[in-house]
Design a protein around this ligand. Structure first.
Ligand code: SF4
Ligand code: SF4
Length: 400
């Protein structure tokens, strides 16, 4: 629930500026606070509580995934953002290293880190095989902590789960329980980018996970199912973090107004406690920070959303309806995700890493006269697949 700050607290905060603001422990933060950031701008921040974790968070935090600019991350923290969301796999570890360089020397209670560890899954079924061990999960967590330069992360997510069975994968649960006991993680979370309702319900049923990080946006055809699953999870006390609010990270075409509207759309759901948009420029950060100060969706913003929603599909819904349709067994949703990394995030290195990791045959789609895959979003799958796999031929050093 959002509340208003009293005048006395406002004066105190304003006088102290964000220097004072930053050093409040996250549990002590009021529902809304004003302060002056390092660039002299007054900000009023709306907070919500992340379920039973009790963490008070601004409604906007930072998905660092696409940014290796330490100045941007620093500016985000200096502007009132508290939670930096990263993952073991992002930028092959560089993402966590850059965050480590930014947080070095900052008081540990002035920021929160959410990171994620994934284990190898069958790309078409989303299920784990023999390589998905407890030891491997813990090895990755230790390496993440080393890169970040800290002894614990605040939230560690079991990353990229799309099946109920995988949410219950015992080696992962054992590893997270051990890591928690060792003080390496404060809260256990789970992330889902596809088949989200099933995974969210599994997270509740597990009685193990404390935070869910889920795709949630106005263009999901199954948004109502996601909303219902989120409501159940929030009712059970889980913290809910939203991602992919701006159509899977699509930042190139939408105006600042429609990007802002997309973020606000998610925050109209009171069961979402915060979202972690992946801004990569200072302008985008300012757009997102404005939402952090005012979550109200205006009529022009509603109109902008309707206009965006009417555009033809650019965003893979992760619905997995194409799975099993490809005669060559290609992992189509992963390839569509690589398209998103390249064309939406403008991150060719990430797209290349993903495509290479899929172990595709040398010749792709060459044996099909026509493509039988019918995408629920109407994508021309063959054209998109043939387009994205070309990135394998680009030497990685060209892509940064
Ligand atoms: S054209 Fe490509 S995507 Fe379509 S069925 Fe053949 S191999 Fe699969
Ligand atoms: S059917 Fe289309 S939208 Fe659904 S996962 Fe496959 S590519 Fe994505």
């Amino acid at each position: 629930m959002e509340e208003r700050i009293g005048r006395r607290r406002f004066m105190k905060s304003t006088l102290a500026g964000f220097g004072g603001f930053l050093f409040l422990s996250t549990a002590e933060r009021p529902p809304e606070e004003k302060g002056i950031d390092v660039r002299g701008k007054e900000r009023k921040i709306v907070y919500r509580t992340l379920g039973k974790t009790g963490l008070r968070l601004p409604v906007i935090n930072m998905g660092v995934m696409n940014s290796d600019n330490p100045n941007l991350i620093r500016a985000a923290l200096d502007s009132g953002i508290v939670l930096l969301d990263t993952a073991h796999a992002y930028m092959q570890g560089r993402n966590e290293e850059v965050i480590g360089s930014v947080i070095k020397g900052r008081p540990r209670e002035s920021y929160l880190i959410g990171s994620k560890v994934s284990l190898p899954q069958d790309r078409t079924t989303g299920l784990y095989g023999d390589g998905a061990t407890e030891a491997e999960f813990l090895r990755k967590l230790d390496l993440s902590l080393k890169r970040l330069g800290i002894d614990h992360v605040d939230i560690l997510y079991h990353h990229n789960v799309s099946r109920r069975e995988s949410a219950f994968h015992e080696p992962v649960l054992n590893a997270m329980a051990k890591a928690k006991q060792a003080g390496k993680i404060r809260f256990a979370g789970i992330t889902t980018h596809s088949n989200e309702p099933e995974v969210i319900h599994a997270a509740v049923d597990s009685r193990f996970y404390e935070v869910v990080l889920t795709s949630y946006n106005y263009q999901q055809r199954h948004a109502a199912d996601v909303r219902n699953a989120i409501a159940r999870a929030a009712g059970a006390g889980l913290g809910i973090v939203g991602m992919k609010a701006i159509r899977g990270g699509f930042r190139q075409t939408p105006s600042a107004q429609s990007a802002s509207a997309a973020l606000k759309w998610v925050l109209q759901d009171p069961n979402v406690h915060t979202i972690v948009p992946g801004f990569t420029t200072f302008d985008q950060m300012e757009t997102d920070l404005a939402v952090m100060e005012n979550t109200g969706l205006t009529d022009p913003e509603r109109r902008a959303l309707l206009k965006e929603a009417s555009l033809p599909g650019l965003y893979c819904q992760g619905c997995r309806e194409c799975l099993g349709q490809c005669v060559a067994g290609l992992p189509i949703p992963d390839l569509m995700r690589a398209c998103m990394y390249l064309y939406d995030y403008r991150h060719p290195a990430m797209a290349r890493d993903l495509v290479v990791s899929l172990g595709l045959p040398r010749r792709v789609c060459g044996n099909c006269v026509t493509c039988p895959v019918r995408c629920a979003s109407g994508f021309d799958i063959r054209r998109k697949v043939r387009d994205i796999v070309r990135i394998r031929a680009v030497p990685p050093e060209f892509l940064g």
